[in-house]
Structure formats: C-alpha cells, structure tokens
Design a binder for this molecule. Structure first.
Ligand code: GTP
Ligand code: MG
Length: 602
C-alpha cells in the first residue's frame, strides 16, 4: 500500500464519510446549522442577565429604571424564556437529525460492505477471517456511526460555543478576553501529545477485539471438534486470556487520558481564577460593569468546557480512525476476477463443451505450481471422471471452470470461449457445482435444494431429490421437505448432506455439472441409484466428476488420472485397465483379483 501522510489520510476518511452522506448532505448541513445556532443561543441568558443587572440592579440608573422602565424588564425576561424554548426545540431537532443521519449512513455502508464481501474472490476469503469481517460490519461500523452522530456534532458545538463566547467577550472587554485566550494554545499542545499516545492504542484495541471475535466465531462453528477433543477447558481459558488482554488494553487506553486529564483540568480551572482576579481589578477600576462581570463568569464554562471536551473528541476520533481504516479497506476492495469490459453476452443456455488448453495454475500465496500443462476436451453431454491421489490438484482444476481462480498459463474454454471473455454471471449460472466440503444453509430442505432457483416448483424439487437418491430419506424426515436443517446442515448425516448438495447443483439444470467427491460418503447401493439418476436427467448436461471409486468412474466417457498436477493417464475404463498403470492398480485394489479378471477381459 502507498504511504500517505496522516493528515491526508484523515482528510480522505472524512471525505469518504462526506461522499457517503450523498442524498442526505443538505439534511446533515441543517443539523450542523442547528448545532451552531443552539450554541450561539447559549449566550443569550448571560447576555440578558448582564442587561438586567446593569439596567435594574447595579447600574447608575437602576432605581429609576426599576420604577419607570418595568416594560423593558419584562421584555428581557420574556426574551430569556422565549429563547430558551427555541433552544429546546433546536436541540431536540438537531439530535434527531444527527441520529437519523448516522443510522441512515450505517444502513447504507452495511449494505455496501455486504455487497462487497459477497462479490469477492476465493482469495479474499482465504485472506480475511470471518470473525474479522464480522467485526468490521458491527463494531467498526458503530465507531463510524458514533463519529457522525456524536464526534462531529460535539466538535461543531464546541467550536461554535467557544468562538461565539470569545467574540462576545472581546466586545465586552478585549484585554480580559485576550488574557483568557492565552491559555487555549497550551491546552492544544497537551491534546496533540495525547493524540500521539492514544492513537496506536485504539488500533491495538481494535485488533484485540477482532481476535476475540474470530476466536469465538471459530469455536462456535467448530464446537463439535472442541467437544470431540474435550478441549472446552482449553478453549475457555484461551478466550479468557484474549478477553483479559482486551480488557487490559481498554483500561490502559482509558488510563492515558488520566495522565493528561490533570493538565487539561488545571488549564480549564485557571479560567475562572484569572477572571476572578483580573475581572475583580477591572471592576474596581471601573473598566468593567458588574453586569459584564456576571456575563463573563456566567459564560466562563463556555470557554472551559470545549477545552475539556477536546480529550474525549480526540479519543473518539482515534477510535474512528482505526475503525474506518478497516471498513474502507473492504469498501474500496475490488474483486480481481470480474467481467472484462468487452465481455461476450451469451444469455442462452450453454452447450456445455469444456476445454483446457495447456493450463498451468499456481495459488497466489503458494510457491509451487499446482497444475501444469493440462489439456483435455469434454464434448457437450459427455462425462469426464477425474481421479488421482489426495492433493494432486483435482479440486484446483475444477475451480478454474467457474473462474474461481485465474489460470497462470494456458486457457480454459467453455463452448469455445475463454472463460475470461465470458460474463461471470452467465458462466456460473450454467455450472452446477457440488463442492467437496458441503455447506448447507439453516433453512428448510426445500429451500436448500431450490437455492439457485427460488421459483422452482415443489414437484421439481422432489424430482431433483429423486435424481440424487435423496427423496427416500427426506420423505422419512418429520416434516419432509419442510424440515429445517441447522446451521451447516446440522442434523443430517454426511451422505445425506452430499445428496442434498447434489440435488441443489442439479436444480439449476446446469449445462455443466461438476461433482467434487460428492458421493464419497454414500454406500454402494445409493451410489448406484445416483449414477442411474445422473444418466437419466431430463436435460442435456456435461458432467465432470471427481471420485475415488471405480464404480463411480468406470462408465465415464473419459477418465483422467492426475498426479502431482500433471495428467498421468487418460482414456476409457477399458483402455486404462489395459495400460496397467495407476488406474489398473486402483481397480485391483478396489475390486479384488477376481473382479479384476472380469474387468480385464471386458
Ligand atoms: P483431495 O481433495 O484431497 O483429493 O485433493 P485435491 O486433488 O482436490 O487437491 P487440491 O486441488 O485441493 O490441492 C492441490 C494442491 O494445492 C495441494 O498441494 C494443496 O496444498 C494446494 N492448495 C489447495 N488450496 C490451496 C489454497 O487455497 N492456497 C494454496 N496456497 N494452496 C492450496
Ligand atoms: Mg479436492
């Protein structure tokens, strides 16, 4: 990432907030105006009190005015009451505006972030941890909301109050005002030092919270592993350690303020003392009226409090800084794999031809190539079986077809077009994929099968369940297709999950069906039923099936054996058996000599 100076970063952060307030800027501006008005109106009470004192109590004409100018007295009182009411209305309205706008902003950004996260590449999910992403969408967003609802409002209020009071002071007595003003820069120096100290702490706090969330998230979704290994105590202790660290960092952050607080308080408290001493001399000298002195002392808080506020403003600003950096990282992230500007528009159903031309592939974070010089063609309607020992690159290979990853060499073509020239949405809509690690949603079985096509009628859902040999066990479930399955398909067996995932892949009537070890957990009998179902699909479909069992692969039009990212053998069952290579040895292993004899003759 390019290095930028802190000030430009802050500038771009606030600019980002401003950009995203589009559509609400006028309304937000109204809130700011309201805040300023409210704070300027804070001067009115001391102003009228000064007038009242000088006109009716301590001025030279006080007695006369009290006798003959009663009307003015009531006007002053009425003005004070009236303006107080106006202030109440304004403070209520601005509160609503700031709160409303911040909630609106939150809603908008949350949607953008979710959208961004949804569209990311596989690499993104390999890089970011779920707990961290969740922290960005919750805690971090709240820090940004707080900035809009509270920090900006408080800054404006403080500046408005401080400035208007100072101006008023200068009008009353410029010398006294100047003496009071001298203290201000001292406070700024302290605050800037505080900022330097507290900034890194907020970044650290944010990381600790993210770590804590990640830890909790992983353990909640992995609770079965924790239980199986009886590691509850260990996990609880680990969480406790994280929690303690977080809480300690929180305390340390709060303590930093305590270090600076006495200095700030001293400066703030010097204000009334200076006023008392110098103001007192000025009254004796006749330079200042009693009413003016009352206005000064009635408003001295309006000078001191904004200075006191600077600490919490700075604190919250640093929190915003740490949080917004995390949010903006996602906000501005772009998937690397996206539609080419001149992508072909092919709205019709694909024919389903898949071709690899000298494909090589390496993971971005990996050192060695996972696939090298892979070339093969699968014609529409054909079945290709892919075999090979674990880790040889089968899953990586099929992930190149829906363009989950980009090839590092060669070309993957679908229907004769390089997948990089196709629109991702159209390409993926044509591919039905049942992944190796099955993920189902906490929804009904019906909802899970119809995931890719919400409009799918019930009888079609049942049909696809039949193709994948799932209809029998679904019928036996308490509420059939309406049975709600838990998070990640809790409540189903491994084989049951695989069959629902297969039905889900079929339900979009894909031109290309890709099964990654999808029948590994089902028994031979069920497997046979699934094979039968796949042969009798009522739509044309190219099938690419990764499997370890000969029974799954032997009827394929072509069997490809991978080893270490290379194609080792390719051919039909009969051809490969005759070759006496890896496939041959698999057949021996899986069917026994007797069966093999038969297979060899076939
Ligand atoms: P099985 O599913 O176990 O049968 O293996 P497979 O043939 O499907 O292997 P796969 O394609 O998943 O992995 C091939 C190689 O790529 C292995 O050496 C993995 O370690 C490596 N690999 C898989 N996924 C990633 C990844 O996300 N990043 C990196 N750097 N390497 C990966
Ligand atoms: Mg695999």
């Amino acid at each position: 990432m390019e290095k930028r100076s802190p000030s430009t970063q802050e500038h771009s952060r606030l600019k980002w907030v401003w950009t995203n307030l589009k559509g609400r800027r006028a309304f937000y501006g109204l809130g700011i105006m309201g805040s300023i008005t409210f704070n300027v109106l804070q001067l009115t009470i001391p102003f009228f009190v000064a007038k009242l004192i000088d006109t009716f109590i301590s001025g030279p004409d006080a007695a006369y005015n009290l006798e003959h100018n009663r009307r003015l007295f009531f006007i002053y009182i009425a003005a004070m009451v009236g303006l107080t009411l106006v202030r109440t209305v304004i403070v209520y309205a601005t509160g609503m505006i700031f709160e409303g706008n911040s909630q609106w902003f939150l809603y908008r950004i949350r949607n953008v972030l979710y959208d961004k996260v949804q569209r990311q590449d596989m690499n993104f999910y390999n890089t970011f941890r779920t707990g961290d992403l969740m922290t960005r969408m919750t805690g971090d967003l709240d820090a940004v909301r707080h900035m809009i609802a509270w920090v900006i409002k408080t800054i404006i209020e403080s500046v408005a109050l401080y400035t208007s009071t100072m101006i008023y002071f200068f009008f009353m007595d410029s010398l006294l005002a100047s003496i009071l003003l001298v203290i201000s820069p001292l406070i700024f120096i302290v605050i800037l030092k505080f900022r330097k100290d507290v900034g890194p702490k907020h970044a650290l706090l944010r990381e600790k919270l993210s770590g804590l969330n990640t830890n909790a998230q992983e353990n909640i979704s992995g609770n079965r592993v924790v239980k199986a290994f009886a590691r509850e105590k260990y996990e609880i202790e680990k969480f406790d350690r994280g929690n303690t660290e977080y809480s300690e960092t929180n305390k340390k952050t709060a303590l930093i303020w305590l270090k600076y607080y006495p200095a700030i308080e001293t400066f703030a408290n010097m204000m009334p003392i200076i006023l008392l001493v110098i103001g007192g001399f000025f009254i004796i000298d006749g330079r200042l009226t009693v009413g003016e002195f009352a206005a000064f002392s009635g408003l001295i808080w309006a000078i001191a409090n904004p200075m006191r506020n600077l600490g919490s403003i700075m604190n919250e600003f640093q929190r915003f800084k740490a949080a917004s950096a995390k949010i903006m990282e996602i906000y501005y992230s772009e998937p690397k794999i996206k539609d080419a500007p001149n992508a072909l528009d092919l709205p019709d159903r694909f024919k389903g031809k898949v071709e690899f031309k000298d494909v090589s592939f390496k993971y971005e974070d990996g050192k060695l190539p996972v696939l090298e010089h892979i070339s093969f063609t699968v014609e529409p309607g054909e079945t290709l079986a892919i075999m090979g020992e674990t880790g040889c690159g089968k899953t990586s290979l099929i992930h190149l077809i829906p363009r989950f990853y980009e090839v590092t060499g060669g070309q993957v073509l679908v229907d004769g077009h390089d997948v990089r020239e196709l629109k991702l949405h159209q390409l993926r809509k044509n591919i039905g994929l049942a992944t190796q690690d099955v993920l189902l949603y906490s929804d009904t079985i019906d909802g899970n099968i119809a995931y890719g096509d919400e409009q799918l009628p019930k009888n079609e859902v049942v049909k696809f369940a039949r193709y994948s040999a799932a209809s029998d066990f679904i019928a036996k479930m308490p509420e059939g297709y309406e049975t709600i399955i838990g998070e990640r398909g809790v409540g189903l067996s491994g084989g049951q999950k695989q069959r629902i995932s297969l039905a889900r892949a079929l339900a979009i009537r894909p031109s290309i069906l890709i099964l990654d070890d999808t029948t590994s957990a089902v028994d031979m009998e069920t497997e046979k039923e699934i094979q039968e179902g796949l042969r009798n699909l009522d739509f044309p479909c190219t099938k690419i099936i990764i499997a370890q069992r000969i029974s799954t692969t032997k009827n394929a039009d072509k069997i490809m054996v991978l080893q270490n990212g290379h194609i080792m053998e390719v051919g039909t069952h009969e051809e490969l058996v005759k070759k006496h290579g890896y496939y041959h040895s698999l057949v021996t292993l899986q069917t026994g000599e007797e069966e093999f004899g038969k297979a060899g003759e076939a």
